[in-house]
Structures are given as C-alpha cells and as structure tokens.
Design a protein around this ligand. Sequence first.
Ligand code: SF4
Length: 234
Amino acid sequence: MRIDADVVAELKQAGENASDVLRVALTRLRGRIALVSSFGAESAVMLALAAEIDPAVPVLFLETGQHFPETLAYRHELARTLGLRDVRDLHPNPVQLEKRDPTAELWAFDPDACCALRKVEPLDEAMIPFDAWITGRKRTQAATRQGLPVIEDAPGGKIKLNPLIAWTPRELDAEMTRRNLPRHPLTLRGYPSIGCAPCTRPVGEGADPRAGRWAGKAKTECGIHMRKPAGQGA
Ligand code: SF4
C-alpha cells in the first residue's frame, strides 16, 4: 500500500463520520487524493463537505458524452455554488471512441464495453497520479454495496474511501435541505438515481431508486468499482 500506516490509522479512527474521514483524507493526503463524483442525485452532500475542507481538491467527473444536458448544467452549477476550483471533465479517448463506438450505440448491445470505454479507462488514466480516491457510494444504494467498508484497498496499491457509506437517503435529503444545496433537476421528474441518459429511466414512487439504471439488463454497476486489488481475484 502506498499510503503510510499512520494515515490509515487516522482514517480508521475517524470511523464512519464523513466529515472526520474527509478531514483526515484531504489534509493528510493533499495532492495525492481525488474525489470522483457523478454530479448525480445525491452528490451534493459529499461535494459540500469536501469543499468546506479543501475547495481545491481535484474532483473527477466522467464526461461520458452520454449525459443528460441537465447533469452537465448541474455539474457547473454545483461547482460554482460550492466554490470547487478543480473539477476535471474526463472524456473517453477520441481514437478509441471512433474505433469502438463510432455511432454512440454501444450502450444498447454491450453496456459493459461501453462503460469500459467511457468510464473505466478514462478514470484509470486520470487516477495515475493519485494514490487515493473518494467515492460517494452508500450501503443503501444496492445489494452489491451492502458490505462496503469506509476504507478499501484498490488496484495499484491505492486506497478508496467511502465517507458517506452509512448515510441513508433520508439523511442525505435532510442534509441537502439543511445546507440549501441545489438539487439535480431530474430528481424532481422521477429520477432518484442518475447516470448516462440512454441507461437511466425514471422510476415510480417507492420503487428501488436504482431500478432505473440499466433497466431490463443484468448490469447494476458501471465497472469503475468492480476491479479488485491484486490478491483479491479478478
Ligand atoms: S452508463 Fe450506459 S451510456 Fe454510460 S458509459 Fe455505461 S453503458 Fe455507456
């Protein structure tokens, strides 16, 4: 692991307190850590907490080329509102895009390959200079996320931090209201979880919030969190 043991110990001491985890991470790992955000329905709380500690933290946004226009507008609105100074739009490699998805329809017949091209590979490249990254994942989001810890080993000897892991949708909603944070406009139109436009559908009241992601397909994760560190399988 590239992260010093004393930093890991401090992170562990912060437990599941999001502000404490972020404070340790963004001060002790300054220049070595990035925050990955989808600028989706629940992204504002994490970004606000991080901006309070270090508004210059690099924020990586996967600009897949397939987002709703509302998401792109929201990405700029939130960055401006929170004073985030280093939001980076990660685009797919244009040569690979032309070669592997020239008609932008790969999502329809091979969504895993599409996510690899438009998300996994750009993020892998952008993460090269960093030793740690912060995600906005929560245990309540999906069955695949229920056992997640705050600190995870990630490929390449890096670590991944999930400071909001224990937060419920109700707590996030209350915090957004308390802070008067702007809402993603699509949340008011039946989209409780928002990804790329072709792969996101609105869901009915009370339905699983992620039911609208890759609806009708077996896929539940985009792949950026699927790879295991060495020694933990493929
Ligand atoms: S979410 Fe859909 S459109 Fe976006 S990268 Fe994945 S498969 Fe492609």
